[in-house]
Design a protein around this ligand. Sequence first.
Ligand code: NDP
Length: 339
Amino acid sequence: NKQVIFKNYVNGYPKASDMEVTSDATIRLELPKDGSLILSKNLYLSCDPFLRGRMSKATEASYIESFTPGSPLSGFGVARVLESIHPDFKKGDLFWGIINWEEYSLITDTQTLVKIQHTDVPLSYYTGILGMAGLTAYAGFHEICKPKKGDTVFVSAASGAVGQLVGQYAKLYGCYVVGSAGSKEKVDLLKNKFGFDDAFNYKEEEDLNAALKRCFPDGIDIYFENVGGKMLDAVLSNMKVHGRIGVCGMISQYNRDIPEPSYALGLIILKRIRMEGFLVFEHNHLYPKLLETVLPLIQQGKINYVEDTVEGIENAPDALVGLFTGKNIGKQVVVIAHE
Ligand code: NDP
């Protein structure tokens, strides 16, 4: 049973060498009588920026536990039930939820597991568009940003797991949508695959403020915030009066000991901006609605989802750290096994 072991707490940018892929030969493919409810075969792992927080020592501000040095990482994934004594899961069922980064798992805590009922879409989608990232985009855009038809919407990290969906939901809603991303290839995707009205490569813009003015001469109604830092300051200068900012994440700050100061926060008062942070875990009740809405959109080809897939659990550490340099193009998925 290959596992990805967390070595020790991380400062600054995480490295693949902060993790180690080992083989724990002790697992037997049967359910022991030790309180385990499910034996799973793990198929897909989801690489998510929040895992960086779990690599640091927890502080009072942490909303989730740190990883334990010497133990496997855990995160969202898709798995198949090999054995089960849990009444809701039977042999052969597929589910998504929190699993250890390993080939096979003995599961005692089933709280986060969601049984997969629709298998006529790629199973890996349950790490993204139909999983945690998908719910983040769906709930964050509709519930927190409260869009109106015709709103001007800006999305940062727009080609990623969450951003590509926010942009497409905003287009379906009848908004004018612009995204930023960190390479030409990503900007092309935004315009040509996801239907953004405009997009720019923030790494090539000398002046973010000017780039936003160019794209939004009349200002921004909604900002879906994924990155923080200098981009947030530039956006604040370009928001309309009574604009809304849904704060999903601030990935540019995750590897810093001390967050960058903001020089533009005072504009929230001047422009009466409503800025609201959210955590996807408080929006789980929307998941049935997401399935009802998004499955037909996928089936009718009205929404696209781009994944960046690496094969083999050995490559999981590299895939995870790649999120923080923008190596991933689309949702970063690790395939452990195809079925
Ligand atoms: P992505 O798939 O977008 O991957 C991360 C991307 O962030 C990279 O590809 C890179 O794209 C960009 N990035 C990395 N470092 C920086 C930087 N220093 N400055 C600007 N951009 C950077 O990740 P997700 O879609 O999974 O997550 C997007 C955001 O949503 C994150 O902030 C995450 O923490 C947050 N999130 C929040 C949740 C919540 O409940 N609030 C739940 C899930 C996600 P590029 O090449 O464009 O720079």
